[in-house]
Design a protein around this ligand. Sequence first.
Ligand code: BG6
Length: 458
Amino acid sequence: MVKFADNFYFGSATSATQCEGAHTPADKGKDIWDVWFEQEPDRFHGGIGPDTTSTFYEHYKTDIPLLKATGQNSFRTSISWSRLFPEGRGKVNEKAAAYYRDLFEELRKNGIEPFVNLFHFDMPAALQEIGGWENRQVVDDYANYAKTCFELYGDIVKRWFTFNEPIVHVECGYLTNYHYPCKVDPKAAVQVAYHTALACASAVKTYHELNQGGKIGIVLNLTPAYPRSSNPADVKAAEIAELFANKSFLDPAVKGEYDPRLIELIKEQNLMPEYTQEDLATIRENRVDFLGVNYYQPVRVCARASMPNPEAPFMPEYYFDHYEMPGRKMNPYRGWEIYPKGIYDIAINIRDNYGNIEWMITENGMGVENEDRFRENGQIQDDYRIEFFKDHLTWLAKGIEEGSNCIGYHVWTFIDCWSWLNAYKNRYGLVELDLKTQERRIKKSGLWFKELAENHGF
Ligand code: BG6
């Protein structure tokens, strides 16, 4: 049997933008997703935007029993910055403040530990107008927002995250034209990454000063970089991919510093951000207490086969090519490789290279298209998802057995939710959402998850 500790966190994650709904001005100020959807609705699958979600804002009281019905002892969601501060700063929206208070209290009443994240790709529109993370001022605005959240909810929320997958808003927003503001500007990307690390450290500093007796961490999507072969050129390619994809946020958050090899490459590309010694000291002195890891896929690379185009804007791929391993197992709906052993490699990397800091899996899951075809007697029989969870949990348990300090496993996601540009194309939930009627139905994996949690293993 694959076994986990009695106090292991079993649960799921979602984010405010992806589940809440309620986008009227009285409820929430605009964030970049609202603005982008107004401007370019066709970029979103099926033309479905952020205002069409699983209406958690309205239904949380009846959704929380479903958390229990699927065996969850913990749950991560995020606070929407632009719901709490419609302008990103200034006056708090009291209705929003009351909503989050009631949500966290309701979770506690039901014996579910809330894990609360402060930023999940959702910059308030008013702050994006002044440059978003490119602007140093926004770091201070974020620190103020974070402090407000700690003061409002610190008595009942004891596990905080500063950011979810910060590399995503850097890469997708400033390199690959995949998220708003859709810039392709490497210099801005580096500035945004640096300001994000600084914002994280600023929130950690404030949280520790308030002394509320909880812990604060960051959620990173770690994608272990594997070389095609042991040829030195391939190995070097993987080391560089690792620097950009993983160490760029892992090192400042956990060690308070940047890997000198990454700084060298950034200098080589003439992309150094503007920084002050005082801000660097903030990063150095304010490290996270624990780590959240989202794991979906590894990255496989090899040495470049051709010279980079000197006129192309810089991308980390300047230094490596992506490599498709023959025989790799794929999730064809999302186009992501499924490689369960990656979770074990992450566990060992954290144990050996990051002081064995306390950590947990904050997302792991499988998005599948058209799940309706798996319905039998009214219930979606998602055995593929159960198998996916089992394979990953088996490798995770091995990592823990070998001493890695992992305290929990959260799946993505609770109720099928809105997936950014993919909208409702791929479903990830333990609970099915009928988008038209808003009806919820527990999938087979939801019942399996309950057994998993009750038995502390499978
Ligand atoms: C993670 C994010 O990257 O993966 C989630 O934290 C996201 O917000 C999830 O929904 C699945 O990715 P996608 O693009 O299929 O929704």
